[in-house]
Structures are given as structure tokens and as C-alpha cells.
Design a protein around this ligand. Structure first.
Ligand SMILES: C[S@@+](CC[C@H](N)C(=O)[O-])C[C@H]1O[C@@H](n2cnc3c(N)ncnc32)[C@H](O)[C@@H]1O
Length: 362
């Protein structure tokens, strides 16, 4: 074992022994004091209760301390209107860059028409605009060194090499050290844990036994030993953001229609503030806009015909207007000179517009 790791293990062992001794002594004292097993059982119940309370308190605290999230919903139909695979790829790249520049936590791509059932031949093979967008967004969000392992070749990746990289903090370079790294679990001997490719010159070992081919976030710490003598841990993907405030990429989700965006929220509590964007929305200056304090904000962007059409097409939203569906419906670019602002343009304009209101709400 590497000396630093051995030292840490020794320290852990002696601490554990000391703890055990102290606990034993306390239990003995309690038995002597109260004269019997009842006292011990009582003490244990109190101890368990205290631990439960502490755990729930800590659970609450971490949840409350967790940074509020910002999600965007984008109509997948924007891809259907692109005139070539190359242009569709560039469009997907613009969405990915905008989401990264503005530290978006989740991108929901929603469809307008459900996929054709019983489609066959070329029709069945063809991806919908939404599916295409999801594929490219996920690919771009994945650190370069993991892409080959996680994404099999696909014809729709033909022009992806033309796109500018996201250059996000979790796209760590081979020679750089980072306290967290994204990795993919590998197969092989599992007696000591699981080997993970984290894009370094050697695969590293984590203590958990995990099935191969899974993307994971690994706590690398500050010890730069990458031999298997130093065993690391897989942590929740929110750890880099919770612990270092680093932006750690976006998640991507599919919704078959607009209502699916709201109903399929990955957050237990759902979205607590939902904004729709449109030239028909209310025009409020960014500095005058007050957003309520939120845990999970969602900002929706429509396709060529806008969000109002997405509402009309959605049988779950029948008879509803934009004001019923969204908590606010906003025009983020009043006095536009062009007749239409394209979705990819609206994304950049609006996310910049919401920067200060979001900061003030936080
Ligand atoms: C081509 S536009 C759709 C035009 C449509 N008439 C509308 O409702 O805005 C595509 C999307 O860009 C966004 N967008 C366009 N103009 C906007 C504006 N002035 N303010 C906010 N968002 C806008 C909206 O999300 C819209 O659904």
C-alpha cells in the first residue's frame, strides 16, 4: 500500500479501536448505574432515536443547502426545420453551448407529435428531431475521453466533430488534476472493488462493486497516486457542485409533449416556478423582474410556432392558455427588429435576461 494510504488506514483503525473502547466503557457505566439490561436497552433506544433525528436533520440540511436548480425545456421540432444533417448538428451544438455557458442543470426536450406507432423500414430508423437533439446534447455533455466507451457509432454523429467543445469544468484534461472526475466502470476482477476509466494514464480503483459500462462521478481527492493501492469512492453526481460550487454539466430528459415536461420532473417536489417565453409574453425589464425564491426553476422555449401551439397540441392541456400553464409568460426581447427570434437565439437572450433575477431570488 502506498505510504499515504497506509497512514490513513492506520489512523482510521486506531480511531475505530478507541471509539469502540469508549463506547464499551460508556455501556458498562450505564449498566452499573441503572443496574441492568433495561437501562442498556433504554440507552440504545435513546441513542438510535438521537441518531435518527440527527440523520433527518442532516438530510434536511443538505437538501436545504443544495443549490437551487435551473432547467430549460426546448421543443425538439426545431431540429425538424433544419435543412441538413450538418445544420441540425450545429443547432444542437448551439443549445448545448448556451446551456453550459448559463450553468443549466437539466435540458428537457419535448416532442409535439407522439412517435408513429408500427412504423417500419426507413421511417422506423429515422430519429425524431427530439431524439436527435437528445443524442447530440448527451454526447457533447460527456467528457471527450468517455465518449468512445459510452456512445456507439451512429450516422447522426457525422458532423459532431465540427462543433466547438463545451469546455465545462468536468471535461478535465489528461494532465490536469481535479478533485472529482467523471468515469466509466470497467469489467474484470471485482475482489477489491471496481476499476474505473477516469481519463488518466491508468484506470483507478473504487471501493464499490459496480456493473461495467456505467458513467460515475469519482471523488479523486488531493492524493495524486493513481495506482490501485489508493482506493477511491463513487459519489453522487451533485457532489462537485455541492462541495466545490463547480458546474458539472446538464442532465437530458425526453418528454413526449409539453405536459410531460412538467409531470416528469426528476425532482421530488416538482418545479416550483415555470416560465414560458414568447414575443406574446409580458415585457418586464430584467432589472424589474422579481422571481420568487425557488428550489427548481423551469424555463420553456417553443419551436417555430411557439409555446401556444405546443399547448394546443397537448391533449392534457386542452382548453388552457399560456397564462394557466406557466407561472409567468415573458417577452425577454421587446422591440425586436426581426419578425421572429429563433429558438436558439431566444435561448441566449433569455438566459442572459434571467441571470440577475435568478441571482436575486437565490
Ligand atoms: C420562432 S419563435 C416562436 C414565435 C412565436 N410567435 C412566439 O410565441 O414567440 C421560437 C421561440 O423563441 C422564443 N422567443 C421568440 N421571441 C421571443 C421573445 N421576444 N421573448 C421571449 N422568447 C421569445 C420562444 O420560446 C418561442 O417559442
Amino acid at each position: 500500500m502506498n505510504p499515504a494510504c497506509a497512514e490513513a488506514a492506520d489512523a482510521r483503525k486506531s480511531h475505530h479501536k478507541k471509539d469502540k473502547k469508549e463506547k464499551k466503557k460508556k455501556r458498562k457505566d450505564a449498566t452499573d448505574h441503572h443496574g441492568g439490561e433495561n437501562a442498556m436497552a433504554e440507552e440504545e433506544t435513546v441513542h438510535k432515536k438521537k441518531k435518527r433525528n440527527k440523520d433527518t436533520e442532516e438530510g434536511k440540511k443538505t437538501d436545504q443547502n443544495r443549490k437551487p436548480t435551473v432547467s430549460i425545456a426546448v421543443a425538439g421540432s426545431i431540429i425538424d426545420n433544419a435543412q441538413s444533417l450538418e445544420l441540425a448538428t450545429l443547432l444542437a451544438g448551439q443549445i448545448a453551448r448556451a446551456a453550459t455557458v448559463f450553468r443549466i442543470d437539466e435540458i428537457v426536450v419535448f416532442d409535439s407529435c407522439p412517435p408513429v406507432e408500427n412504423a417500419s423500414g426507413a421511417e422506423a430508423e429515422e430519429e425524431s428531431g427530439a431524439q436527435f437533439l437528445i443524442r447530440i446534447l448527451q454526447y457533447l455533455e460527456t467528457p471527450q475521453y468517455l465518449r468512445r466507451r459510452l456512445f456507439p457509432m451512429h450516422k447522426n454523429f457525422k458532423f459532431v466533430g465540427l462543433l466547438p467543445p463545451l469546455d465545462a469544468p468536468h471535461h478535465v484534461r489528461r494532465h490536469e488534476w481535479s478533485e472529482f472526475r467523471e468515469g466509466v466502470t470497467l469489467g474484470g476482477d471485482r475482489s477489491k472493488g471496481t476499476l474505473v476509466d477516469v481519463g488518466l494514464s491508468k484506470d483507478i480503483l473504487v471501493e464499490q462493486i459496480l456493473e461495467p459500462g456505467k458513467r460515475v462521478t469519482v471523488a479523486m481527492g488531493t492524493n495524486r497516486d493513481i495506482t490501485t493501492a489508493c482506493v477511491r469512492k463513487v459519489v453522487p453526481p451533485s457532489s462537485p457542485s455541492d462541495e466545490m460550487g463547480s458546474y458539472w454539466g446538464y442532465k437530458v430528459r425526453y418528454a413526449s409533449n409539453l405536459s410531460g415536461v412538467f409531470n416528469g420532473s426528476p425532482y421530488k417536489e416538482g418545479y416550483d416556478h415555470i416560465i414560458g417565453t414568447s414575443e406574446h409574453g409580458e415585457a418586464i425589464g430584467s432589472s424589474e423582474l422579481t422571481l420568487p425564491a425557488f428550489r427548481h426553476l423551469l424555463i420553456a422555449f417553443g419551436g417555430l410556432a411557439g409555446l401556444e401551439e405546443s399547448i394546443e397540441e397537448d391533449i392534457n392541456l386542452k382548453g388552457k392558455g399560456a397564462k394557466d400553464v406557466f407561472t409567468s409568460y415573458l417577452n425577454t426581447c421587446p422591440n425586436q427588429g426581426s419578425r421572429t427570434i429563433r429558438t436558439e437565439e431566444a435561448l441566449l437572450i433569455s438566459l442572459q435576461y434571467f441571470q440577475d433575477p435568478i441571482r436575486r431570488a437565490g
